[in-house]
Design a protein around this ligand. Structure first.
Ligand SMILES: *Cc1c(COP(=O)(O)O)cnc(C)c1O
Length: 515
């Protein structure tokens, strides 16, 4: 063997490095959990970061050196000052399971290539299905992120649409068109999906990927709480039909990304049933509350969905990427990428024979061919700690978000966008002596306020102590926090607001000149 290969595969070297690396990771996490790092975001401009990593690659570093630099130069999600994007602090159990799956590198396209991974995955999917209120007919799989899961769900909706209408009409109304004719012949109709204007952008992207264009996304306005205004559904649907569109699906957000608002899933389910639409729930972020007795009520109606997406990497302690796409009627999951000939089976035959033969060959149903052994981390969390761990995470993060909202409301110059329904909190700072009363604010003042929030967020990022993001709501800029870290406390909430206040007041004189 080439000496380079022999060295690269040395288990002695691996053992020594691995022991040292575990200590490095543990030291990093312990300091992070305790909030000992100065910065949650050790900010570096892109060109500086690029130069650093290019130079390091020339210096033949050891793996310990490379890893230490990665630890030092990455966002510290495990630091309590991290309140940025929706991503969890991974639990050590899940990290350990991840190390094993990296070492094994089993795929899971076909069962024989991923026996453990595929079976663990099936268990995880069934746990989710029970939590959604579904029986053994439900089935699904894990896939690489909520974005891909939502696209796959809409592909399933497209494939199943006539089948669903036919089932409701009874066999006598059956059309001769195969449910998969889009897959075989390309889409001939102009198809569309209805979704809240507050939905994650990936739903819009999915519709465009499928060739439905901008007209294929019917954006439903939201009420003052940023939930889909379901009263407008009949009017928008009638308009779309009149315009020659065939609406295939309606997507409920549980919850939306910007503000964490939960759509009224019962009302959407009613409408979907009435119009025979595929009802998909984008629960990438918020379907996690299915694990919580206290918060499950937010999902009332989800049991009537045809498909649901849930991300384990948002609130559920699992490293990225780990998402489940679950179908109420598991047989639907086989239709997404099926060719026409496979529809020569009757539905019953298909349920029994195809599902039985193929349920463990996941690539038949997933977008991916090779897929990581994705289930191991969440499976390990469930097996070792139980579903109560997920419930504890959901409850704790929600309680922290409520606490943060209360802190914001207790400070006069701060304004809360909306009472949080999830662990997402949007707010802004008006400045000393400014009014928080919207009705008495001029358009110019609103623009200036948005500008200030943009600059404050930029200043916060470059300073790096806290990591938060921003969002645009009804045309105005708000600061946005996701309380993702269980170690975050009122200390960080107050310190963050102090910092926002200090930065705004420092920036304000120069800003006033500019406006
Ligand atoms: C995060 C999120 C997504 C995207 O999921 P990824 O796992 O990041 O691809 C989709 N929808 C909602 C509501 C989300 O919050």
């Amino acid at each position: 063997m080439n000496p380079l290969l022999r060295e690269a595969y040395s288990t002695d070297a691996f053992r020594k490095s691995a022991h040292r690396l575990i200590d490095q990771i543990c030291d990093h996490l312990a300091a992070s959990f305790a909030g000992e790092h100065q910065q949650a975001l050790p900010w570096q401009a892109p060109e500086n970061a690029q130069r650093f990593w290019r130079d390091l690659a020339q210096q033949s570093p050891t793996i310990e050196e490379v890893c230490q630099h990665i630890l030092d130069r990455s966002v510290r999600i495990s630091d309590p000052k991290y309140m940025g994007h929706q991503i969890c602090v991974p639990a050590p159990t899940a990290i350990l399971a991840g190390m094993v799956t990296e070492a094994l590198n089993n795929g899971s396209g076909v069962f024989e290539m991923g026996m453990a991974g595929t079976a663990m995955e099936s268990h995880v999917v069934q746990v989710v299905a029970r939590r959604l209120g579904w029986d053994e007919a439900a089935d699904g799989y894990l896939t690489s992120g909520g974005t891909l899961a939502n696209l796959t769900a809409l592909l399933a909706a497209r494939a199943c649409r006539r089948l669903h209408s036919d089932a409701l009409d009874g066999p006598s109304h059956s059309t001769s068109a195969s449910p998969t004719s889009d897959w075989e012949h390309g889409t001939r109709q102009r198809l569309a999906v209805m979704v809240s204007e507050q939905a994650h952008y990936c739903v819009d992207r999915a519709a465009r990927v499928m060739g439905w264009g901008a007209a294929g996304i019917i954006r439903v306005p939201t009420n003052p709480a940023f939930q889909m205004d379901t009263e407008q559904l009949p009017r928008l649907y009638a308009q779309a039909t009149e315009d020659g569109l065939t609406v295939v699906a309606i997507v409920g957000s549980a919850c939306s990304t910007s503000t964490g608002a939960y759509d009224d899933l019962q009302a959407i389910a009613d409408f979907a049933a009435e119009q025979r639409l595929w009802f998909h729930v984008d629960g990438a972020h918020g379907a996690a509350v299915a694990f919580s007795d206290r918060h499950r009520g937010m999902l009332a109606g989800i049991e009537r969905a045809d498909s649901v997406v849930i991300d384990f990497h948002k609130m559920l302690l699992t490293p990225v990427l780990c998402s489940a796409l679950v179908f109420r009627c598991g047989a639907d999951s086989y239709r997404t990428f099926a060719t026409e000939a496979e529809y020569l089976f009757s539905q019953q035959e298909e349920n029994e024979s195809v599902a039985a033969a193929e349920s463990f060959n996941l690539a038949r149903r997933t977008f991916e061919c090779t897929k990581t052994m994705m289930a191991a981390k969440i499976y390990s969390l469930l097996a070792v700690h139980g579903e109560q761990l997920l419930e504890a995470s959901v409850d704790h993060l929600h309680a922290l978000a409520s606490q943060f909202a209360a802190v914001i409301e207790s400070r006069r110059e701060f304004e809360l966008a909306v009472q949080p329904q999830s662990n997402i909190v949007c707010f802004r700072y008006h400045g000393r002596g400014e009014t928080t009363d919207k009705s008495s604010r001029s358009v110019e003042a609103a623009v200036a306020l948005s500008q200030r929030m943009t600059l404050v967020r930029q200043a916060l990022t470059e300073q790096g102590k806290f990591y938060i993001v921003k969002t645009v709501l009804r045309g105005e800029v708000w600061l946005r926090c996701t309380i993702a870290n269980p170690f975050t406390s009122a200390d960080e909430f107050n310190a963050l607001l102090d910092e926002v206040e200090r930065l705004t007041e420092t920036l304000r004189p120069s800003l006033t000149e500019r406006v």
